[in-house]
Design a protein around this ligand. Structure first.
Ligand code: HEM
Length: 138
């Protein structure tokens, strides 16, 4: 019962995290040569995505770290499970970094040129983490 609730929360966090991650990619795709004429809307969306991603990755780690020993013990074995946890760690680092830096960038008048690469790396990590999760637990 507890395990089922944890797994539901884990997968719901994944749903919210995916929305945030893909939302950022769609904003990148919609940007075009000039920003579309709604910078306030785009900035509001970026903030929602950033905070949603933070909540989602924290919930993924919290539920994952409780489920893992319930199911496997603390020894993490197998390439797929290790790869999944490494990707989740990379994603955690990216989301923390974005949430830490975004207010600083806003004060300084804009994000750095590598921001799109960071969003793409995050989205790729999320998709690969799902693929490795299914491979690990199938
Ligand atoms: C980017 C972050 C993460 C994503 C996208 C993710 C994705 C998934 C998915 C899709 C499943 C369902 C797999 C299946 O049942 O076939 C799952 C289950 C699970 N995940 Fe995660 N996960 C993430 C982070 C973590 C972390 C950090 C841990 C542990 C440290 C963890 C531990 C687990 C465990 C124990 C299950 C349960 C599998 C089962 O009982 O069937 N996950 N995860």
């Amino acid at each position: 019962m507890i395990y089922a609730i944890l797994k539901m929360l884990h997968l719901l966090a994944l749903v919210f995290g995916a929305a945030a991650s893909l939302g950022n990619i769609y904003l990148l795709l919609a940007r075009g040569p000039h920003d579309l004429p709604a910078p306030a809307l785009a900035n509001a969306l970026r903030k929602w995505y950033r905070l949603t991603a933070l909540g989602a990755i924290l919930l993924l780690w919290a539920t994952g770290l409780v489920m893992l020993p319930m199911r496997h013990g603390f020894r993490v074995e197998g390439f797929a499970l290790n790869a999944k946890i490494a990707l989740a760690g990379l994603l955690l680092a990216i989301v923390f970094y974005l949430n830490w830096k975004a207010p600083v960038w806003a004060r300084r008048g804009g994000p750095p040129a590598y921001l799109p690469a960071l969003h793409l790396t995050g989205a790729a990590s999320l998709i690969l983490a799902v693929i490795f999760a299914v491979a690990a637990f199938a």
